[in-house]
Design a binder for this molecule. Sequence first.
Ligand code: NAD
Length: 264
Amino acid sequence: MTGLMDGKRGLIMGLANDKSIAWGIAKAVAAEGAELCFSYQGEQLLKRVTPLAQQLGSDFMVECDVSSEESMDALFAEIEKKWGKLDFVVHAIGFSDKNELRGRYVDTSRANFKMSMDISVYSFTAACQRAVGMMPDGGSLLTLTYYGAEKVMPNYHVQGLCKAALESSVRYIAEDVGKDGIRCNAISAGPIKTLAASGIGDFRYILKWNEYNAPLRRTVTIEDVGKSALYLLSDLGSGVTGEVLHVDSGYHVVGMKAIDAPDM
Ligand code: NAD
């Protein structure tokens, strides 16, 4: 495969370090010729993001806190100024107070509920709102979700509700922008050890459980997610929109513990 993304320019939101799912996706699309802009949260991340962006031939990095309208406006104004148009957006952002990613869901506070929904759900809509006007030739919008949207997963709590809302927003956005040749999809990734995931209580247990019980008998990597993202972001996915694609070693089809899984 070469050149699947030649001439395409995309925004990657949510790169924190080389463990980030955003990094797996950025590597996959850059290898196929995409030119990238990276948005990052706060100055302290810049020293991690800069060498990664440079590794993929990009020096286009913009600070953006997605909970701020002004910050989102400034990000897209910067892209408009430099590129004029955009072909794709990857939204790999989620956040909740980690003290509420343990214990019981029912104890979630109103403040954390609102903040989690704002950062993890509304920010995707806010990004799409601003991006679609810059996609005269069509485009592809992609976000990241998790199986905790569909089933109760240990300690995922308010993030499960956020992902359910996020998946629903993917379908509504797909309908809104489809006439303009813009597609909107989500990847439901299996558990991967990242900075965000380390905030979830008992995450190591969840990883092991997936490894033992998923049909592929392994967890997925950011490279696995990157390859599927390439499909959805490139012309290979030209007929696909409103979709939630599971990239989880098949875990979502399993009904019970595997016969050969060790006791945990
Ligand atoms: P990560 O920690 O590498 O990335 C999360 C990103 O969100 C970080 O870059 C962080 O800076 C950014 N972020 C948080 N609040 C922000 C704000 N206010 N403004 C701007 N950016 C903000 O972790 P990750 O696992 O790569 O997460 C990426 C996405 O993938 C998230 O939506 C996550 O829920 C989803 N996901 C992760 C897993 C997993 O197991 N790691 C599984 C399925 C889905």
